[in-house]
Write a protein that binds this ligand. Structure first.
Ligand code: FPP
Length: 287
């Protein structure tokens, strides 16, 4: 190919002529992202300085089934309405400037539901991910969960979204699908055991940091705020390693009725908490 390419040389310069100034190299333009659509009420997020925001908010989206039941609808309609709430809350997270939002979307235990409901949830997820609602927004999408049990087309789509949004630095949206906290910890322990067997780690010297480095997503930050809707007060095998010091927030509303203002309220409540992380109270109460 090179032998067929005509050589183009710069024109010869007379001696003493000034050196040509090279054209400035312009940095590649950053992709322009759309702003999320505003809430229909026109409400804006509370003005919380970035340093006071939780870095990582994790959500257990509970109440889809009850929402449908209350309306005499099949359960999958509750999940469909739940997907609308997801879009709404992602818009609110972007408006507020959150960095990490992680959603408990389908747990390792959810396989035990009726085949029909499982198929409906997985089908809905496939449609949502295929529709690519966040394509113009500064959202990096990720999937956290077991590989190998999801339908291949869904797994492929999730991996495609992850690859094509990798450079985005606004909000990291992690969808936990076929995720279980004990499964995550067991897989991490297995990874450590393999390294120890290979003589690369001394089992007597394994630290918290070693463990965290072997998690399936070692770069996922600790959860600051764990929010569950649906009037239940449990954490249900969701991110047990990352939530060790999370502030817990339980709300009575059902997930499909949730909108971005509920997220803003949850974060505002979080900013009023005193996080001591095991240290003494900075403001001890008078006796
Ligand atoms: C829990 O409610 C919800 C689920 C198991 C499914 C969550 C899925 C979605 C919100 C759909 C779309 C998600 C994304 C990320 C696009 P439940 O069925 O246990 O409710 P119940 O406690 O009232 O029965």
């Amino acid at each position: 190919a090179w032998s067929l390419t005509p050589l183009s040389l710069p024109p010869s310069r007379p001696p003493g002529a000034p050196q040509p100034v090279p054209a400035p190299v312009r940095p590649a333009a950053a992709p322009a992202f759309r702003r999320p659509p505003a809430h229909p009420s026109g409400e804006r997020p509370p003005a919380i300085p970035a340093a006071h925001l939780p870095t990582h908010v994790a959500v257990i989206m509970d109440g889809n089934g009850r929402w449908a039941q209350q309306r005499g609808l099949p359960r999958h309609e509750g999940h469909r309405a739940g997907a609308r709430a997801v879009r709404e809350v992602v818009h609110g997270a972007l408006e507020m400037g959150l960095r990490h939002l992680t959603l408990y979307t389908f747990s390792t235990e959810n396989w035990s539901r009726d085949r029909e409901e499982v198929d409906a949830i997985l089908g809905l997820l496939r449609d949502e991910v295929a529709d690519n609602h966040f394509r113009d927004l500064d959202v990096h999408m990720r999937w956290h969960g077991r590989a190998g049990r999801l339908p291949t087309d869904l797994a492929d789509l999730l991996q495609l979204r992850e690859r094509t949004t990798r450079g985005r630095t606004g909000l990291t949206l992690t969808m936990c699908i076929d995720y279980g906290g004990r499964d995550e910890i067991t897989r991490t322990a297995a990874a450590l055991a393999r390294r120890a067997r290979a003589g690369q780690l001394d089992p007597d010297r394994i630290t918290d940091e070693d463990f965290a480095r072997h998690l399936p997503h070692p770069d996922m930050p600790d959860v600051d705020l764990l929010w569950r809707t649906g009037n239940e007060q449990r954490t249900s095998n969701f991110l047990p390693w990352h939530s060790a010091y999370a502030e817990l927030h339980f709300t009575p509303g059902l997930w499909p009725d949730t909108d971005r203002r509920d997220l803003w309220q949850a974060v505002t409540a979080y900013t009023g908490r005193q996080r001591r992380l095991g240290a003494e109270s900075p403001n001890p109460l008078p006796l």
